[in-house]
Design a protein around this ligand. Structure first.
Ligand SMILES: [Zn+2]
Length: 328
C-alpha cells in the first residue's frame, strides 16, 4: 500500500474517532462529552506522573508496518481512559454515587454495577467507531481484503448487539435499584497502579466450535446473548479493588474461577493473574508511568507479539508464561 493510500485510510479512521456522538444513556439524544471510564481525580490523577498515564493504543495505519498493531503512549489525564460516552447531565447524574468519595462503597451492588456499566458503554462505543471506519476503509481495498474486513465488521456488529443486551439489563437494574439480575464480587488487593474496566467474552464452550470452523461457517450456531463478564480493577487510596460480575441468567464460570483465585493468591502468582488480563484479554487499560517503566523491554516486546497474535482469540484456555509485573 502506498503512503498516500495509508494516509487517506488513517484520515478516515481519525474522522470516525473524533466524530461527535450522542449520549449512550437509552433515550437521550444530547451530545456526548468526553467521559472518564474511572474517577478522574480519585483514581486516574492519583496514579499519574506529571499528569500522565500510559495506555496501549492502536498504531496509526501509516506506522503499521514499522511499529506493529499496537504501541504504548503517554496520555494526559484529561484524555486518558476516556470515551465519548454520555451527555454532561448523564455523565454526572448516573455516576454521582461512585464519583463521590463519601458515598462510594465498592461492595454495594449498585456501585459495582455502575462501574461495570461505564466500562461496558466504553466498549460498545469503541466497537461502533471501529465498525464505522473499517466499513468505510474496506470500500477502498481490493476484493480479497474486503471479504476479510466484512467478517471482521460482522463480528463487531454481533459483539455490539450482544453488549447492548447487557447494557439494557444494567440500565433496568440501575434505574429500578433492583440488582438481583446481576452477581458482582469485589476483592481487595495489594495496590497496583493498573486500571481496567471492560466487558469480556470468554469462550468457555470450546466445543461450540469443535471443528474450528471459520467464523462465517460457525456464527449462526452461536447462542445469543453470549456469556459476558464485567471486569474492573483500579487503585484507590492504599489498596486496589477488583470488581467482577455477570448476569445471573448467563453466569460465567471463568469469571468465578479467576475472581476466586484473586482472593487467595499472593505476590508473584497474583501479579501473574493480573498480567494475564492485560496480555491475553484486553487492550483498554491504563498504568502509572512508574509501573510501566518497571516492565523489562524484552517482556514488552514479547507482550506485543503475543497480543497481536491472540487479538481475535477468546478461548478460556489461553495461556502465556510472561508476567509483566514479575519485577514490580
Ligand atoms: Zn444524556
Amino acid at each position: 500500500m502506498d503512503t498516500k493510500t495509508k494516509s487517506d485510510l488513517q484520515s478516515i479512521r481519525m474522522a470516525a474517532i473524533s466524530k461527535k456522538r450522542t449520549c449512550m444513556y437509552s433515550g437521550c439524544h444530547d451530545r456526548a462529552i468526553k467521559s472518564h471510564v474511572l474517577q478522574k481525580n480519585g483514581i486516574l490523577r492519583q496514579m499519574s506522573e506529571d499528569n500522565h498515564l500510559v495506555e496501549m493504543r492502536a498504531t496509526s495505519i501509516i506506522e503499521l508496518e514499522e511499529k506493529g498493531m499496537f504501541s504504548f503512549r503517554s496520555v494526559g489525564v484529561n484524555e486518558s481512559y476516556t470515551f465519548n460516552g454520555f451527555c454532561n447531565k448523564h455523565d454526572s447524574l448516573i455516576f454521582a454515587q461512585i464519583e463521590n468519595d463519601n458515598l462510594l462503597d465498592f461492595y454495594k451492588p449498585l456501585h459495582q454495577c455502575l462501574f461495570s456499566y461505564r466500562g461496558l458503554c466504553q466498549e460498545i462505543r469503541r466497537k461502533e467507531v471501529s465498525i464505522e471506519w473499517i466499513s468505510e476503509v474496506s470500500l477502498k481495498l481490493d476484493p480479497v481484503s474486503q471479504l476479510q474486513f466484512a467478517s471482521l465488521i460482522d463480528g463487531y456488529k454481533s459483539g455490539v448487539k450482544n453488549l447492548n443486551f447487557f447494557k439494557k439489563e444494567m440500565e433496568k437494574a440501575i434505574d429500578s435499584g433492583d440488582l438481583s439480575s446481576f452477581n458482582f464480587t469485589t476483592v481487595k488487593l495489594p495496590k497496583i497502579e493498573l486500571c481496567i474496566s471492560v466487558p469480556l467474552n470468554v469462550n468457555e464452550l470450546e466445543d461450540s466450535n469443535p471443528h474450528n470452523l471459520p467464523y462465517e461457517a460457525w456464527k449462526d450456531s452461536l447462542s445469543f446473548p453470549f456469556t459476558t463478564s464485567f471486569i474492573n480493577l483500579f487503585p484507590y487510596k492504599k489498596d486496589s479493588y477488583f470488581i467482577s460480575g455477570y448476569h445471573t441468567d448467563f453466569p460465567c464460570g471463568w469469571t468465578k474461577r479467576v475472581t476466586n483465585k484473586l482472593s487467595y493468591l499472593k505476590n508473584k502468582k497474583l501479579k501473574k493473574e493480573l498480567s494475564d488480563f492485560v496480555v491475553l484479554r484486553l487492550e483498554f487499560w491504563a498504568m502509572s508511568p512508574s509501573l510501566f517503566k518497571k516492565i523489562p523491554a524484552k517482556t514488552i516486546e514479547k507482550f506485543k507479539h503475543i497480543f497481536s497474535k491472540n487479538v481475535m482469540n477468546h478461548s478460556a484456555k489461553m495461556k502465556t508464561d510472561i508476567n509483566l509485573f514479575e519485577t514490580v
